[in-house]
Design a binder for this molecule. Sequence first.
Ligand code: PEP
Ligand code: MN
Length: 338
Amino acid sequence: MKMTYILGPCAAETHEQVWNTAVAITALKKKMDNASIIFRAGIWKPRTNPNSFQGIGSQGLRWLQEVEEKLALPTATEVATPEQMRLALEAQLSHLWIGARTVANPIQVQELADALNDYLRNHPRYITIYVKNPVNEDAQLWAGNIRRMQNALGEHGEVVAIHRGCGHRPKWEMPYFLRHEMPEVNIILDPSHMAGCRERIPTCCQQGQNLGLDGYMIEVHPQPDNALSDGPQQLTPQAMEELIGHMQARKDYDELIWLRTIMDEVDDELWQVVAHRMDVSRAIGDYKKKRGMEVVQPSRYQDILQRRLAWANTHHLSAECVEQMMDTIHQESIRHQA
Ligand code: PEP
Ligand code: MN
């Protein structure tokens, strides 16, 4: 199986920037004959801040067409409205992705699916639609969106899932669910948006290799520090080449590796919650100090413990485990309040 690499800037900024990046990625493609290389550049950017760069708009379609025609490099862009879908298809792009904000809304995704289906009825050709995961940790919604696009494509293409995480962290239970629910769907990783900074990209990619994922979408910009969007997470073409050189081989699907990866993530969340509890504990400590109150309040501790024991009973946790852990956490809390 060929791995898919979708490489290019977060956003198309200028004709020169698009062309130079595409030339650099074409050079990389020549060294990666065992992979399908696709160029990416967003032209309609879903930005949080209305005063930031919103994308170059439809004039960028001409720059992407030029990359396809002159460099024979397949090109992908993001579409978020039926009009953008129609314009991108009319510009002969065959790789389109639906972003993490759009996929939160199934009505919007269905409108995109209908626009795609309308176009294909009159102009049948092969299209690949990439569907990112929604950032609200809803794997069912991700699967539903993929089905909407599969139904719209019919025989005329393929849907590929992109795991971009939730916020700047992975949520491995989502692709795990998808692998079991829709084993025929390829899943690629977007370590750029998952990490949010270039330093963490290699670790994310290696996790993708260990989990047997099917490829990557990675943001590549000739001058990341001058990028108009997502600068801190973009790689130079040279850094991209080095990353590929350092990645260890992709493993086959292994249930235990998946479950352990999910467990590591749960542990990470668990310890962050413990650390957060101590932040709250210190604030309570300050309150008590100001009012001359005792740090240890036995009745309050008994109240917390009894409520947790009743809860544990309905969550398959032994009373012994809850008592021991609660005591350890309580001792640590006292230390933070002292
Ligand atoms: C993008 O790929 O540039 C993008 C906006 O990603 P996401 O929708 O995952 O935030
Ligand atoms: Mn981006």
